[in-house]
Design a protein around this ligand. Structure first.
Ligand code: DON
Length: 601
């Protein structure tokens, strides 16, 4: 455990944050805010940094769990919540999105008598007013719960700071009355300010801020709890305003030098959120004369410069979205098939192509794939788009991605059908499958369908169909049959466990089984007419698990029984071993083809 922690401390980001913390701790510039008397009590030595990645890993250094009041940082999240609940039209009718060039507490509205943006006090109070209009007396409880969902834990109000700001908050009262005078704020000014002061007095840590920022970076889904807190629509608009107005007067310099949407608070916190990458939270109560934490600013700037995080400095190669491209004939699927089914497939091999697509598909990726599709050879009848995704990826092929690709596919003469499949690479099972026809109609199809249609997957098979037994005469068959013991398995039951001694092989007489590694990765799927555990003829231990995907009937042949059979029927025994060699050789060819296809990318 300690060893694991030590190795985490050695990670590049952990080392970098530790260096920033050590170096910037020495910077004593800035002052603790005192215009709200309670804030003046903060310890100027406190300094914490936390980074949460979009897959939910938290890096922390220094006073990352020390709590302080969120202050203006709440404005970004309340704006997102207002967009989400009240709707963009209403929100935009009362607050603008232009940088003000003024201090955060300026008592000035734009020429249209609306606040400049939701990040200055006037705009933030207006947004809180919208929540109050909607939630009435329950407004603060509602906000508390919603902000807690961003943080992934229940936040609490710092009562002394709340009272301190309420007692000293005449400037905000002036702003609120001005807003009511212009019809921006409706209802009771004191009630709205009460909610606003409470939201500013919520206690958070740098760690909490990093999780909240990571929730924005993760399109509104909290990476620790998995909860979708707001929509990606609200997130994109919130990050836009954070970019242009989150750091007040220094917004221009901030975008220029750091280029990460951010928001600061006079309590000493900063959140910064880089979409699809990370959320950063810092805490140091020494602030500059614009209300931004000095050490926090330096941390953001150093992190952005060192790791090239500027949002306009993105990396990526559109070509990496195609994991592999091949003909159905050159690489067969992981389903092993009895000869009869194999023959049908071979007759149609040239008609189908497969594109394995990976990762989240952006405009650039889709454009690239569409060009690759339009260059596929003519004469294809089927194109299978396999969307290989990891956990948390898109659950099914999204229409926005598929539609342009279908248009590209239509360029190819004779192409009748595009099949969009979502594949989980861990299992790897096909999660969803949609058939899209030239005329635009689409229908969901069974995930196991191949280009020749469904091939009676769950039928039962006679022993004579077993490829391992091909060439045996009737007398051999009868003798062997007497040695077999019928075994029945329920769906989900394990027939064979990796690592166990290999003492028998099984002929599948009915149902479907899959061969999997212990990691869960599926190596093959087999149906009636095929054998599993046949490696027992060569190896002493089982090399993989075998699971029943449906109700399964098998005929088990114990190795010692087979040894007796070989002694009494040497020619038949030799045929079985030769059949085994042929089966294994075919599997090797398939595996080599797949390696070749993957290696060419
Ligand atoms: O409205 C106020 O004055 C405070 N509750 C929040 C101000 C704040 O954090 C400004 N940010 N830098």
């Amino acid at each position: 455990m300690d060893e694991a922690r030590d190795s985490v401390a050695e990670l590049p980001l952990a080392r970098f944050l530790a260096r920033c913390h050590a170096e910037f701790s020495r910077d004593q510039s800035g002052e603790v805010a005192s215009y709200i008397p309670e804030l003046a009590l903060a310890n100027p030595a406190h300094f914490g940094i936390a980074v949460t990645t979009v897959d939910g890993y938290v890096y922390e250094i220094g006073d990352s769990t020390v709590e302080f009041t969120i202050q203006s940082i709440s404005k970004a999240f309340v704006f997102a919540l207002a967009l989400e609940t009240v709707g963009a039209e209403r929100v935009e009718s009362i607050v603008g999105v232009e940088p003000s060039g003024d201090a955060f507490n300026s008592i000035r509205l734009g020429s249209d008598n609306r606040p400049f943006n939701p990040m200055v006090n006037a705009g933030a109070i207006a947004c809180t007013g919208l929540i109050c209009e909607r939630e009435q007396d329950g407004a603060f409880d509602w906000l508390l719960q919603a902000l807690s969902r961003f943080a992934g834990r229940r936040l609490e109000v710092d009562e002394p700071t709340f009272r301190s700001e309420r007692e000293s908050g005449d400037r905000n009262r002036a702003i609120a009355y001005l807003l009511r005078n212009h019809g921006v704020l409706q209802g009771d000014v004191d009630q709205v300010l009460d909610v606003y002061f409470r939201q500013c007095a919520l206690r958070v840590s740098a760690r909490d801020l990093s999780v909240m920022a990571a929730t924005l970076a993760h399109k509104g889904r909290n990476p620790l709890t998995g909860e979708q807190v707001v929509s990606s629509y609200a997130v994109a608009r919130t990050l836009s305003v954070m970019t242009s107005s989150g750091m007040y007067d220094s917004a221009g310099r901030w975008v220029y030098r750091v280029g990460i949407p951010a928001k600061s608070g006079v309590g000493g916190g900063i959140v910064a959120s880089l979409p699809s990458q990370l959320g950063l939270g810092t805490y140091s109560p020494l602030i500059d004369d614009q209300g931004n934490s000095v050490r926090g600013l330096r941390t953001c700037e150093a992190l952005s410069t060192h790791f090239g995080l500027h949002m306009l400095n993105r990396v990526g190669d559109v070509r990496t979205c195609i994991a592999a491209s091949y003909d159905v004939g050159s690489v067969s699927s992981r389903r092993s098939r009895p000869p009869r089914e194999q023959a049908i497939l071979e007759a149609h091999h040239g008609e189908g192509a497969i594109l394995e697509l990976t990762g989240a598909l952006s405009f650039g990726n889709i454009e690239y794939i569409s060009r690759r599709i339009s260059n596929l050879r003519s004469g294809l009848r089927y194109l299978i788009l396999d969307f290989i995704h990891g956990r948390g990826g898109h659950a099914s092929a999204p229409q926005l991605v598929v539609d342009p690709l279908v248009v590209a596919a239509e360029i190819i003469t004779a192409l009748q059908t595009v099949v969009a499949r979502s594949v989980d690479p861990l299992t790897p099972a096909v999660v969803s499958c949609t058939e899209i026809h030239r005329d635009g109609t689409r229908n969901a199809i069974p995930t196991d369908v191949v280009i020749t249609g469904d091939l009676e997957l769950e039928r039962s098979a006679d022993l004579s169909e077993q490829e391992l037994l091909s060439g045996l005469d009737a007398a051999d068959m009868t003798a062997l049959q007497e040695l077999l013991v019928e075994r029945n398995y329920r769906t989900g039951e394990r027939l064979i466990s990796a690592g166990e001694p290999a003492a028998s092989l099984m002929f599948v007489a009915g149902g479907i089984v899959s061969v999997r590694l212990q990691s869960g990765v599926r190596l093959a799927t087999l149906s009636a007419g095929m054998a599993v555990g046949e490696m027992a003829l060569l190896e002493t231990a089982r090399s993989a698990d075998v699971w029943a995907d449906t109700k399964v009937v098998c005929l088990e042949l114990a190795l010692d029984a087979f040894a007796r059979f070989r002694a009494s029927h040497p020619r038949a025994g030799e045929k079985i071993m030769a059949n085994l060699a042929r089966l294994l050789a075919r599997r090797l060819i398939v595996a080599n083809n797949k390696i070749e296809v993957l290696a060419s990318y």
